[in-house]
Design a binder for this molecule. Sequence first.
Ligand code: HAM
Length: 440
Amino acid sequence: MTIIRLPTEIRLMSSFKSISGTFDILPEGHTSGGDSIAPSRIWQHAEAAIRKVMGMYGAEEIRTPILEPTELISRGIGQLTDIVSKEMFAFERGDTHYVLRPEVTAPVMRAYQQHHLDQKGGVQRLFYIGPCFRAERPQKGRYRQFHQFGLEIIGATDARADAETIACAVDVYRELGLNDFTIRLNSLGDSESRPRYKEALIAYITPFADQLSEVSRNRLETNPMRILDTKIEKEREMLRGAPILADFLDDESRQHHEEVKAHLTSIGLTFQDDPFLVRGLDYYSRTAFEIESDSLGAQGSLAGGGRYDLLSLELGAKQIIPAVGFAAGMERLIMALDAANLIDIPSPRLDAFIVALGDAALSWTFPMAHSLRENGIKVGYDLKGRSMKAQMREASRQNAKFVIIVGEDELVAGAAQVKDMDQSSQRSVPFDQLASQLTN
Ligand code: HAM
């Protein structure tokens, strides 16, 4: 036996794998790094539900680039946040600094300003579905490339807009049959109430500083409110007596918060008012919320969002452009659907599969398949010149409703044998009647 040695570069190429924390979405489900990745049809099913619900809210799609200027993200989200300080995929070419977008809100606000969308008048409801990138430690439900869908309502201070973003996210989950989640809601006040609160919080936490984890100790210096987000039981215990932001709110923020809650109640949405809810992005003022799945474990945060009236100023606008929105992880949504046994969607069925025997029949297959496809019939056929048995197996694998069998005799007769796979019956159909008979 001769052993053929492949050139080194070919051997190396064949061992390429997707980068840890990223994954391929295939026609069939598979596992990647221990995680099960749903087939592409499940993603399409979820995306169709998202588009349907967004349509009900009068939202229109916006698609912004994956690449954005690094400064847009660092100014928008905040230099001291984990996302900007640790998790950006950023690089330079020449004098330009690029980042793979870690989220879509700052890009949407950039696009809104760049294209003067305010001049269209009224309020813009913009939705998106697309990939985002964060250099986090990959684990179940937490990826380096993940996908978000979201809605941004730009141009309204009205508390109904805040309630509407929450309702919209909930409607997407309900549309897909998911009902076990919890909405946590807080108000982060305005740019005056927050610094006063931070001062009080630092004063409360500082005496405990040497008992804090390293992460929390750093946050005490950089972003003390994020300590409220700690998952460490000892720290949560320590925080029980901490001052709460609700006691520091300015009157307008308090009023706004009450209105948001009343609107949610008016449509029967229940929520937990959670004074310790802070978000990992710095652009929020007033409303902040998260939607958590009751069935997913550690990575249970399905969606998050809030009001970000001051982001426009950070991004160079001359005046405040009020805005509120949410974003949700597609992977988390699909995990929750899976946990609730809601992703049993059959693969699409072929209408017909052509089984051809002999060279003449193989050539006949191509124009016939083309003509049937032009008539709206989903057709497959074998491209490898395999045996009849193998072709029949392929027809079953693709779950074809009909198998069209053509060999030399059929070519002479001008009629194919058509097997109805559901009825297990077979009949002869003239070639020129195939399209009409298969569509009836
Ligand atoms: P966020 O909380 O950073 O908010 O992300 C929103 C959602 O994206 C999370 O609840 C989670 O489902 C998903 N997600 C985030 N990071 C990952 C990851 N590494 N792997 C998998 N899923 C992830 C934002 O991004 C804001 N832009 C939300 C917003 C919109 N605020 C106002 N408008």
